[in-house]
Design a protein around this ligand. Structure first.
Ligand code: ARG
Length: 270
């Protein structure tokens, strides 16, 4: 099968103030040292790679006291040029929502300040037909309904059951329009049945690869940027005609995130 890359526009946030000073997911351990300079270097390689692949990257200024702001995917959900702001579950990240929304307002986008919890593209992933929406740890059903109403895309709620995969983007990735891969163990039995029905040809990923954040990827339809440790995923993608590109984001892994978490897609109006 011939794959084609479609150029994307992303928003990213340099990890200038990155550290692990609190724990809101099982990967975070404030007792474990973090090398912020190395985090910046690793992030810069990802940033450069996107430019080399022909994608446009905008940057938002990192704010002191918001160490998780590097995980830009959580900052908003942008569909058809409309920006659904994020509302975080944890107080530690609450100020990130307004900061991201402000960036979009300044850049002329139509925005919606959310009433209910939704953690942006951490839990809301767009396919050709649907907005796949994770819940169970962070985003809530009322936030999904709010997303459907504002963005006008049909929402499919998916129940996450394994705390290691607390955001949908750690359990499932959209590779192309209606092509996905996921780790079944991250989902409730009913949600697994829904996924089988919607995506009978999905790539099913093993636990070890999911643990290496092999589902936290950016796909442009051909190139799939993923953590280099997820070798099993890379092999599966190659079989399917994709071009996997492994990156070392070991420092940002300590906050419980990887490639996709650092990448917010700006989908402009057609
Ligand atoms: N420390 C952050 C949190 O727990 C990591 C967010 C990762 N982002 C993502 N899109 N999964 O909220």
């Amino acid at each position: 099968m011939t794959r084609t890359a479609r150029p994307r526009r992303f928003l990213m946030c340099r990890p200038t103030h990155f550290e692990v000073s609190y724990a809101i997911n099982p990967w975070m351990d404030p007792a474990k040292p973090v090398d912020t300079d190395l985090a910046v270097l690793q992030w810069e390689r990802l940033h450069e790679l996107y430019a080399e692949l022909g994608h446009r990257v905008d940057l938002i200024d990192p704010l002191p006291g918001l160490p998780d702001m590097v995980y830009a995917a959580n900052g908003a959900t942008v569909v058809d040029g409309k920006v659904l702001g994020a509302r975080f579950r944890n107080a530690e990240r609450a100020a990130e929502g307004p900061a991201y929304l402000e960036w979009f307002r300044e850049h002329g986008f139509t925005t919606h300040d959310p009433v209910h919890v939704n953690e942006g593209e951490g839990d809301l992933l767009l396919t050709g037909g649907h907005l796949l929406a994770g819940r169970g740890f962070r985003s809530v059903s009322a936030g999904h309904a709010e997303a459907q109403e504002f963005l006008g895309r049909p929402v499919i709620g998916l129940d996450l059951v394994d705390p290691r995969f607390y955001h949908l983007d750690t359990a499932l990735s959209v590779l192309d329009t209606d092509e996905v891969m996921y780790y079944p163990g991250a989902f409730s039995p009913g949600s697994r049945a829904v996924l089988r029905r919607l995506f009978p040809d999905a790539v099913l990923v093993e636990e070890a690869d999911a643990e290496a954040f092999g589902l936290n990827v950016m796909s442009d339809g051909l190139n799939v940027v993923l953590p280099e440790a997820a070798t099993g995923v890379a092999a599966r993608l190659r079989e399917r005609g994709f071009r996997p590109i492994g990156m070392d984001l070991s420092e940002l892994f300590k906050g419980g995130g990887s490639v996709k978490c650092c990448t917010l897609e700006i989908r402009e109006a057609a």
